[in-house]
Design a protein around this ligand. Sequence first.
Ligand code: PLP
Length: 413
Amino acid sequence: MLNLDFHPTGRHFLQIPGPSPVPDRILRAMSLPTIDHRGPEFGALGKKILSGIQGVFKTRHPVVIYPASGTGAWEAALANTLSPGDHVVMYETGHFASLWVRMAARLGLSTEFLAYEGADDQLPHAAGWRHAVQADMIETRLRADGERRIKAVCVVHNETSTGVTSDILAVRQAIDAAGHPALLMVDTISGLASADYRHDEWGVDVTVSGSQKGLMLPPGISFNAISPRALEAMKTARLPRAFWAWDEIVEMNKDGYWPYTPNTNLLYGLHEALEMIESEGLPQVFARHQRWGAGVRAAVQAWGLPIQCADPAAFSPVLTGVITPAGVDADALRRLIHERFDLSLGTGLGKLKGRMFRIGHLGDSNDLTLLATVAGVEMGLKLVGVKLAGSGVQAAMDHFSSHPAPSALKNAA
Ligand code: PLP
């Protein structure tokens, strides 16, 4: 039975790939008294947040904020731009892409799921879940669509179930090369504010994201960044929508308000997160995540275990998936690590259940947090009898000590 009275000493290590640990500074900001969401102070706060979040998406166009989890923002993206029976092409990168395509079908869209066609020795039943979106497959498919039946291409930027990051600009270029008018919709729920992302420059029509990953907030708010083409598509889109409808929200957002009661205290948190990210600088945020990813992968490689992402060019800066040796139940390993070392790791989702675990290295972390995480995993692996090729802790220490963090360099200067 879950014992909610149990408070272990020290800090829990929440190393799942989101929700990520919430910094004290954000928790404090969220504890301010809730104010009148129709009053003047709120309007000023709303305007500041709405303009700040544009910077994180790298867009000059509207970003809608919902008091909902990321799943809601997925639905909003589809419901605002498409009509019943419209054909959408999605790409199977993993569990989250699979959930999004299922949602599209439930909404009454006609769906097509492109997938990697190669084989895989480690995970023959989930070969595609080790690779990024292949933009050339999308181009070929769009070229074959002479009647222009395809209304949207939807892809996941950072597939949180696998730790594989796809090249969104390449997808945009594939759509352009095919001269196809389909909208491009991208889920960067776990990529935003951790992995480089550029809504306008990459020609994305709708970007979907959430609060509980790189933004370092608790779960509970999510986003649609919307291009002018997507706003235009909204005018003729006939899927039913009310709560998710962009038009009323965008209109009221002009004065910093929402048509319903927004998530005031989470918005305080978002305000704080935006200040933190702005003062650090997005390039530094991305570099920090890349460096952590490299350190954690050095550990996995030293153990001699396969990384879920089979393509080094697509390694995620946000999380690393680790495939366990055949016969080692990754969930039993995770449970043991949790019980013994108060460390939470991400479970294998969908087709990967029991075969892999995920180490989150995002948000409010640092080198020593990640070294402790690697140490917890290493102890767990040994306890369940996995023969390790070498010490991951040593490899991660070597990596972090020989690659100073950008902030350390700045402080030393
Ligand atoms: N898409 C991706 C890539 C995710 O990582 C998640 C959640 O982890 C979702 C969609 C679903 O978002 P939520 O669980 O906030 O509804």
